[in-house]
Design a protein around this ligand. Structure first.
Ligand code: AMP
Ligand code: MG
Length: 596
């Protein structure tokens, strides 16, 4: 009986269902102000069974609608309403209705009715009504709000119908845990929608991440193929690491005892070998680093602090029980999670897996990234440069950064300046790649034809990000692929990649333990920005004589000067609230680390 439903919005949708007369509207009338009080901005969709009207005869809007306007929008400075004559067969379609909501203006949508949809819902129930339950035949019921008399199976979350605050807690928790299932593209950008589509860096990143669903395909690779891949399942240690209690030093192993000042040498243990017997009090063995501690021994003294005379050994200095002994499982215990799902595998992680005896692991499929350039002036390196032209550098910086993030790259080259060529290339790329990245031609007022083609064949938002360099940014979807239209200027391309594309590719790749690094450093130079804009200056950081990180700029900061990226080792970030920083002040930097 249930009808599939998929939420087209980047915000959660939660339904309330009950047989009529249970008090859905009464509950929502109390819940809405409670959620508002908690700062949750709501939209509500209600299903009506009868032929309702919100307009009244005599009103201009009513008369114009009756005169035949299929859609009638009436607006004042306080509200607007769109009335659509929709003689659909059967029930109205919830996804269609949801798409009418301005998703950037609300945090969640509450839906009353649409009982039969596969929509997460709270069921309302009053025992006194004697009506059947809905949860018994609907798997989408998350909780039942009911009265004390209602009898529920223990596994169903029970809410008190009269406890609005408890229900509001549940709704907020649901919204907090909600994740968009698939890439969802709202009609309007979820960034602060100023009329000129301006957005802050943080809003842009947040919105982009809300559209990225991690890749779920995985494959098994061997230790030698793991570098820079992302683990698709927890690596559980099948063994104790170290496997045996062993010596951390070359020296002597014995059972520490206050009653002995000298020990009888009874043997020798080498790494990879064992000692057959059990040491008795007063006995010691010569032991090598990594060799298993004989039974009975608990302490190791390094050979530099010991004196051997015949078969007697004496020790210098204080002895501490357990010193220089590595206990079995002290690094990783058998059964413990050695590496969690979502870990990016580097030298240390791969070594750790090897140390567990693991020869292969399940990793997430590599994201596939298609890259292309456009622009009349953009030419292929290696070929003679025509007058007024420039060489294509962006495709190479983008490809390099994408590969360093573990992506498979498809190079679409410089796409010829024709509508048909671009459309064909993009449609093809969208079928092969998870992400398409272009550069150039996306700034507001830019006449480049790429904007028209993108807008036609995809759902693309053209933003102006309050940042420098890198103001224009296009982001959206073509077919099943995400598209990033980066600015044209070479430094702007790299900075926008680091800020927007990098987090998206990492999330797509399944990486969970990554955060943009922000490291405090002292500026040795006066830095200027503009309030309301985030400035990304190319900087050089180094350790100062005072033991603190210091940073200077690389000099001229033109957004076309790639040499500033070469000479720098970090971005200096002056946030929106900062308009300048005096020498000696603390600023934040993002080291390029190994990404560039
Ligand atoms: P646009 O946003 O297309 O106006 O480009 C801004 C600047 O970036 C112009 O100076 C372009 O010549 C330059 N540019 C665009 N694409 C590339 C590219 N692939 N490589 C290097 N520079 C580029
Ligand atoms: Mg251009």
């Amino acid at each position: 009986m249930s009808i599939p439903f998929s939420n087209p919005l980047p915000v959660p949708v939660l339904g309330f269902c009950a047989y009529s007369g249970t008090g859905k509207t009464t509950l929502l009338k109390q819940l809405i102000p409670e959620l508002n009080r908690r700062g949750v901005r709501l939209a509500v969709i209600k299903h009506a069974h009868h032929n309702f009207d919100v307009d009244i005869p005599g009103k201009d809007s009513y008369e114009m609608r009756k005169a035949g306007a299929r859609q009638m929008l009436v607006a004042s400075h306080v509200r607007w309403a769109l009335m659509t004559e929709d003689a659909v067969e059967g029930d109205p379609q919830l996804p269609h209705l949801l798409r009418q909501i301005e998703a950037d203006r609300v945090d969640m949508v509450l839906v009353e009715g649409f009982k039969k949809l596969e929509l997460p819902k709270i069921e309302l129930h009053r025992a006194a009504h004697g009506k059947p339950f809905i949860h018994t035949h609907d798997d989408n019921i998350l909780a039942v709000a009911c009265c004390d008399e209602t009898v529920l199976p223990a596994e169903i979350t029970r809410l008190d119908l009269n406890n609005i605050s408890e229900i509001a807690d549940f709704v907020q928790q649901y919204a907090a845990n909600w994740q968009p299932k698939a890439v969802t593209m709202p009609i309007v950008p979820a960034c602060e929608q100023n009329s000129d589509n301006t957005s802050s860096v943080a809003h842009g990143i947040g919105y982009i991440l809300s559209c990225v669903s991690p890749i779920t395909d995985c494959e098994t690779v061997t230790l030698d193929e793991m570098d820079n891949r992302v683990l698709a399942a927890d690596a559980i240690s099948p063994v104790d690491v170290p496997q045996q209690t062993n010596s951390a030093m070359d020296g002597y192993a014995f059972a520490l005892s206050t009653s002995h000042s000298e020990y009888q040498l009874v043997g020798e243990v080498l790494a990879g070998h064992g000692y057959a017997g059990t040491l008795k009090p007063g006995e010691a063995v010569r032991i090598m680093t990594g060799a298993p501690l004989p039974a009975g021994a608990d302490t190791v003294q390094p050979k530099e602090l010991a004196t051997e005379q015949g078969d007697i050994v004496t020790f210098d200095g204080a002895l501490e029980l357990g010193q220089n002994v590595r206990l079995a499982g002290e690094d990783i215990a058998k059964g413990a999670t050695a590496l969690a799902t979502g870990s990016r595998l580097g030298a240390a992680e791969i070594g750790l897996l090897a140390s567990l005896g693991t020869a292969s692991a399940s990793v997430v499929r590599k994201p596939v990234v298609a890259v292309f350039s456009t622009g009349d002036e953009v030419s292929q390196p290696g070929q003679a440069l025509a007058e007024h032209c420039i060489y294509d550098s962006n495709r190479y910086t983008i490809k390099s950064m994408a590969r360093r993030l573990g992506c498979e790259v498809i190079d679409l080259g410089i796409i010829e300046d024709s509508d048909a060529a671009l459309e064909a290339a993009l449609t093809d790329a969208a079928s092969k790649a998870d992400v398409i990245i272009s550069s150039g031609g996306v700034s507001v007022g830019n006449a480049d034809f790429i904007k028209t083609v993108l807008a036609r064949i995809g759902k693309i938002n053209f933003w102006r990000i309050n940042m420098r360099p890198g103001r224009p940014l296009a982001f959206g979807q073509i077919g099943d692929a995400l598209l990033f239209g980066l600015p044209g200027n070479p430094v702007a391309v790299m900075v926008s990649f680091l800020q927007f594309v990098q987090p998206a590719l990492r999330k797509l790749a399944g990486e969970t333990n990554w955060e943009t690094p922000f490291i405090p450093a002292i500026t040795d130079e006066k830095l200027r920005s503009r309030s309301g804009r985030t400035e990304f200056l190319r900087g050089i950081y180094r350790m100062g004589d005072d033991g603190q990180l210091h940073v200077v700029t690389t000099g001229a900061q033109g957004s076309g000067m790639l040499s500033s990226m070469v000479n720098g080792n970090c971005l200096i970030i002056l946030g929106e609230e900062v308009d300048c920083a005096a020498p000696g002040e603390r600023v934040f930097i993002q080291p390029f680390a190994n990404l560039l």
